[in-house]
Ligand binder design. Sequence first.
Ligand code: ATP
Ligand code: ZN
Length: 223
Amino acid sequence: MKPRDRLRIAMQKSGRLTEPALDLLNRCGLTFRQSRDKLFCFGEGEPVDLLLVRDDDIPGLIAQGVCDLGIVGRNVLNEFKGTAGDGAATLTEWRSLGFGRCRLSIAVPQDVAYNGPNDLSGLRIATSYPGLLGTWLREQGVVATTITLAGSVEIAPKLGTADVICDLVQSGGTLVANQLRETDVLLQSEAVLAGPDALPTDERGDMIELLLKRLDGVIQVRE
Ligand code: ATP
Ligand code: ZN
């Protein structure tokens, strides 16, 4: 791949992380001109551009070297690290960013008795995070069936396609609305700045170091 002389950051095109991520980059002194197709945003003052994509694609774009950094939920990053093949494990969390907080949890129907992970044995668990769920089940020594769904996981028990779920929870309102209750937390998540383990050795590495410094200033001010 041809070396780039501009830094490229991947972030969510449209969703919960979009506004706070843009706001954070703005406070780091970065401003962008949005292109017409809204996939690529050209950095105005500094040689830093944005790629606006689905959050699920962000770790792969960094792993492939298409982007240098990404702003993504720890849940998505860790799922990628756990399920993708060679090369994926070299992605790392450079900073945690303090927004997009949520947790990945097991939730069971309210009217079902639950005394702990062993009660999940033999059940069907619906999730969009089969990698993280699989790791946790192994740690617990529980054998269950994972039903992988792209979305609307919370209605699976009502539809009868699963017995319980493993899904992202923020306030818990969605669970209550679906007569579910949270039982176990698998992962505490928030948006993170993700990148390769080792910084590029060219100017992009210097630009990343400068960005991290500014980020630390902004994060400190906020705290
Ligand atoms: P995309 O179209 O980019 O794939 P999406 O529907 O997967 O969008 P969002 O729902 O916008 O993504 O969530 C993005 C991230 O926000 C999640 O991966 C997670 O890290 C975080 N998040 C915070 N609270 C919640 C929540 N209650 N439900 C889902 N995600 C949450
Ligand atoms: Zn997504």
